[in-house]
Design a protein around this ligand. Structure first.
Ligand SMILES: [Zn+2]
Length: 287
């Protein structure tokens, strides 16, 4: 374990453009429920999952009823304002401050990366605190709309202040396409990076699951000198992929990742940051 943490620290320091992919595992340590583990929301309430599959269609066909239902049923994720970022979130924010990590692409909707201080966050499945226009993708803080008042006045669904389109929660429902701006930029970052740090996700849900796979397929060409002194071109993987997760995932088994550091993200990520600080002090000692 210690060796792998040192290896990850070195790989991060030597990278030019590292990005992180995060999933439910990093937030369960803050008490945010996940969906598919034995105690997950869908596992415990399959009916809720069935309803969730219908949500997007309901929004498209009857947005007023969709909003009525939404405003009168409790949030599946509980009160996200009460949960707090954990050391895993803070470690990723620290890596960004150090200039090592360029982006976090997260499947989580809980806003915890931002609250921990990360600035460059792509929210693949949206943000539970935001609303989004289904026509122009404009995002709004939920507080910008008095949804209770709109309901009383019979003015649901809320309408976009920019284009007049229908507003939905920013979170991406089942069967709803990933918002084009986020999908596009996420893929661009994956094409650009040379290190991918995958934290707390088995990347089993598509299309998010395509991101590590797209990174794995990238190759760069380099020249290698043979024993005879000839130079030959060879193609090598362009991206180092590191997993930090409680257990092996399909990415580990399928050799999509180069290595897995098994354990809690809230314990391992801070240790990687500590190791990076130690590495930098050894390289640039202060007298
Ligand atoms: Zn709009």
């Amino acid at each position: 374990m210690k060796e792998l943490i040192e290896k990850a620290a070195k790989d991060l320091v030597n990278s030019n453009y590292a990005i992180a992919l995060t999933g439910a595992g990093i937030s369960t340590e803050s008490g945010v429920p996940d969906f598919r583990s034995p105690s997950g929301i869908w596992t415990k309430d399959p009916e809720a999952e069935k309803r969730a599959y219908e949500s997007y269609q309901k929004f498209l066909t009857n947005p007023k009823e969709y909003w009525e239902e939404r405003l009168t049923s409790p949030s599946l994720l509980g009160d996200l304002e009460k949960v707090k970022p954990n050391p895993g979130h803070y470690a990723l924010a620290e890596l960004e401050k150090m200039g090592i990590l360029k982006w976090v692409i997260t499947q989580n909707v809980d806003n915890l990366h931002q609250r921990a201080g990360s600035k460059n966050v792509l929210e693949y499945h949206g943000n539970a605190f935001n609303l989004r226009c289904a026509s122009c993708n404009a995002r709004y803080d939920s507080k910008e709309y008095d949804l209770g008042k709109l309901r009383e006045e019979g003015k649901l669904p809320p309408l976009c202040k920019k284009c007049g389109g229908k507003i939905k929660p920013d979170i991406v429902h089942f069967r709803e396409p990933i918002p084009s701006d986020v999908a596009h930029q996420s893929l661009e970052e994956v094409w650009r990076c040379d290190l991918l740090l995958i934290c707390g996700t088995s990347a089993a849900v598509y299309p998010f699951a395509n991101l590590p796979r797209a990174a794995r397929e990238r190759r760069i060409e380099r020249e290698r000198k043979t024993e005879l002194g000839l130079f030959v071109a060879e193609k090598i993987p362009a991206v180092t992929i590191i997993e930090v997760n409680a257990e092996p995932t399909p990415l580990t088994v399928g050799k999509i990742s180069d290595y897995l550091i098994q354990g809690k993200t809230g314990e391992i990520l801070p240790k990687i940051v500590e190791e990076i600080v130690a590495l930098c002090q050894r390289s640039y000692p202060r007298n």
